[in-house]
Design a protein around this ligand. Structure first.
Ligand code: GLY
Length: 390
């Protein structure tokens, strides 16, 4: 295999997006994926674009999420115009609902609305607090128990089951080489600089290595992080179908969310489980999802269960992703996006490509710095392989 300019380790949403953007910038890029592109968390995700819903404070996550949601509009148009590919991008709006039986639910919604409005960000202009009746006028299937809703009209969704194939296809057409069934044994480091990776078949050299291996990132030998820095947080999801369509907007409530697809499917998510890499859907998980669905929209009770699955969100100690350089020169990370990998992929690629090429950032310097992987770097853990010896 000839040496590319950049090796990307991992063919999930981060690997695919970063690789495609690097290829568009003129670099030769090879994505090494141990399974097939999108095999793990990226395809398990519901695809919610909810920066205002998800950000717990006004800060980098909110600003970067809003920037990324904007980039999705361009990305969807680009994929449609240049490659005739659809990603299910829809700005449907989102409701966060409070239920009568939940202590403090309304107070939380009021605080959330006040926080967003106080941010001064243009995107928060249309944020509104609705009564239960107003919420049910927007979404008649909401439970009578819904007593208040926070309306976020600018939020929406993509469909990861369309997005991942679209990104890998567009990347391939723009020259990205995807190598599937390819296990990276180690990042090769010599004199403090990444040289490439070691595969079962031998070394593959490159000028730069980007590790985008989701929950597995910090266990790739040669990545200068303590092994538990990025840790799996399991989420189970269920798919049902309603005809006629029961919901238009994404709805958060009862500790989970409902994501209605255009053709009537409704995804119900998600559990939050710290169970290591224990795979699979459990009865307890399904019971939790059924409770969420039927409390928020009781009419879902008569809908069929069509599918269920689980994925591992890559969690980090401070809740922010790791995007950018490491103490090892030319070794970069794009990982640790926890609940917001789909949302943050375009802005992650924008930041990483700019950093790798030494170009101006499209976002605030301090927002990009908040993601700098060196805040967790464990420089002593770089392995002493023949390649890493001086
Ligand atoms: N993005 C929602 C979740 O991770 O469950």
């Amino acid at each position: 295999m000839s040496s590319p300019d950049v090796i990307v380790v991992g063919g999930g949403i981060m690997g695919c997006t970063v690789a495609w953007r690097l290829a568009r910038a003129g670099l030769s890029v090879c994505v090494l994926e141990r399974s097939v592109p999108g095999a793990e968390a990226s395809t398990a995700a519901a695809g919610i674009l909810g920066p205002m819903m998800e950000a717990e404070e006004v800060g980098p996550a909110l600003r970067l999420g809003l920037r990324s949601a904007e980039l999705y509009t361009q990305l969807a148009a680009e994929l449609r115009a240049e490659h005739a590919l659809e990603i299910g991008h829809r700005v449907t709006g989102l409701l966060r609902v409070a239920l009568e039986s939940e202590a403090g639910g309304e107070t939380e919604l009021e605080a959330h609305a006040a926080r967003l409005r106080g941010s001064g960000l243009a995107a928060t202009r249309d944020v509104a607090l609705l009564s239960g009746e107003e919420a049910r006028r927007r979404e008649p299937s909401l439970a009578p128990e819904v007593c208040m809703a926070l309306e976020l009209p600018g939020e929406g969704q993509v469909d990861p089951r369309l997005l991942l194939p679209a990104l890998s296809m567009a990347g391939e057409r723009d020259g990205v080489r995807f190598v599937t069934d390819s296990v990276v044994r180690e990042v090769l480091v010599r004199a403090g600089r990444a040289q490439g990776v070691r595969l079962d078949a031998g070394p593959l050299h490159a000028a730069h290595v980007v590790v985008a291996a989701g929950s597995w990132t910090s266990v790739v030998p040669g990545v200068p992080l303590a092994a538990a820095t990025i840790a799996p947080v399991k989420g189970q999801v269920m798919r049902t179908h309603a005809r006629p369509r029961l919901l238009e907007r994404v709805v958060f409530g009862a500790g989970g969310y409902l994501v209605p697809r255009a053709a009537g499917d409704v995804l119900v998510g998600a559990t939050t489980e710290h169970v290591g890499f224990a795979r699979g859907v459990t009865l307890a998980g399904l019971a939790e999802l059924i409770t969420i669905a039927t409390r928020v929209a009781p009419r879902l009770q008569s809908c069929p269960v069509l599918d269920h699955w689980a994925g591992f969100r890559p969690g980090t100690p401070d809740g922010l992703p790791l995007v950018g350089p490491t103490p090892v020169e030319h070794l970069w990370l794009a990982s640790g996006h926890y609940r917001n990998g789909i949302l943050l992929a375009p802005v992650t690629a924008e930041i990483l490509v700019a950093q790798l090429l030494g170009q101006p950032l499209g976002v605030r310097e301090d927002d990009a710095s908040a993601l700098d992987p060196r805040r967790f770097a464990a420089t002593t853990e770089t392995p002493q392989t023949p390649e890493s010896a001086p």
